[in-house]
Design a protein around this ligand. Structure first.
Ligand SMILES: Nc1ncnc2c1ncn2[C@@H]1O[C@H](COP(=O)(O)OP(=O)(O)OP(=O)(O)O)[C@@H](O)[C@H]1O
Ligand SMILES: [Mg+2]
Length: 275
């Protein structure tokens, strides 16, 4: 585990200690680096218990998540399905530390995330989570290489930038700007940017939502490769049920609840998916 992210940064049952922004600032980059410990494949990386999220807008309460319990094993590839408004993004955002549950518990390895505080969640996101969204959010004035390199300044053990760019198949385009790339290529840059810091979790919210079938497949191939070759635990939200064939496990949300869970005995490669 990285030096700036040892137990004292967290509200954890064992440590009983809440981090502060000051702790974080003083530890970042100054403590000696300790190599990250990769958990055994299959050990629980996320444990959620009765997660509930209620959005209060004026007089109206919207229950976005209702008592979702879920364990995610290290190295697992999960596809999350569900109708619009069923709570998929809410769940992913909570698992990734972008949002907090109204109640329930959430643990990343042995660290409690619920009630962890903004500074600890920022550290969690920065060091352990890579996000990919439907829209790529690349910086237009930076090249592919520069967009990917941007996050390596604050990462503890980043991959070589050119290695990450090559991994998504864009080595020949490394000096190009986003406007010179297709949508699928831009999404692959976003994936390289997400994985260059070697996150434990790759969380993708409709990564192929804006892409045609062929381009979507290429993007899924890259996500699948990251999961298989680096062992990054991966969760992909999609409206396309065909993508479910790629997963180890398929979860379906309905009205904020987990309504279906299925394990795939044989996984299908993106190239073989019947779209
Ligand atoms: N910030 C917010 N304030 C109020 N309600 C919200 C907020 N964010 C989400 N919701 C509500 O919570 C519910 C779940 O939303 P969420 O975005 O998680 O759905 P989703 O499954 O990702 O849908 P989609 O497939 O359309 O992206 C919806 O009813 C939504 O309107
Ligand atoms: Mg959504």
């Amino acid at each position: 585990m990285c030096g700036s992210f040892q137990r004292p940064l967290w509200t954890s049952p064992a440590a009983g200690h809440v981090t502060s922004l000051t702790d974080l600032k003083t530890t970042t980059h100054r403590t000696p680096r300790i190599p990250p410990v990769k958990p055994e494949l299959g050990s629980p990386v996320l444990q959620a218990h009765q997660l509930r999220k209620v959005y209060r807008t004026g007089e109206v309460d919207v229950v976005a998540l209702a008592d979702v319990s879920l364990d995610v094993a290290a190295g697992e590839f999960i596809v999350l399905l569900g109708a619009s408004g069923s709570g998929k993004s809410t769940l992913l955002n909570i698992l990734g530390g972008l949002d907090v549950p109204t109640s329930g518990t959430l643990q990343f390895r042995d660290h409690r995330l619920d009630g962890a505080g903004e500074a600890a969640l920022t550290a969690y996101r920065r060091e352990h989570v890579g996000f990919v969204f439907q829209f790529y959010n690349l910086i237009p004035s930076l090249t592919v290489r520069e967009n990917v390199a941007l996050v390596t300044d604050i990462a503890h053990d980043p991959m070589d930038v050119d290695e990450a760019v090559a991994m998504v198949g864009l080595a020949p385009r490394a000096d190009h700007f986003p406007a010179q790339l297709s949508g699928g290529e831009q999404q692959r840059v976003a994936i390289a940017r997400a994985v260059v810091k070697r996150p434990d979790l790759l969380l993708c919210d409709e990564p192929t939502g804006a892409l045609d079938v062929h381009t979507g497949r290429l993007v899924l191939e890259v996500i699948e490769r990251v999961n298989r070759e680096i062992g990054t635990t991966t969760i992909v939200i999609t409206h396309n049920a065909a993508i479910a064939g790629m997963a180890d496990r398929v979860l379906q949300l309905g009205d904020g609840r987990l309504v279906r869970e299925q394990r795939n005995t044989a996984k299908v490669s993106p190239a073989e998916l019947a779209w």
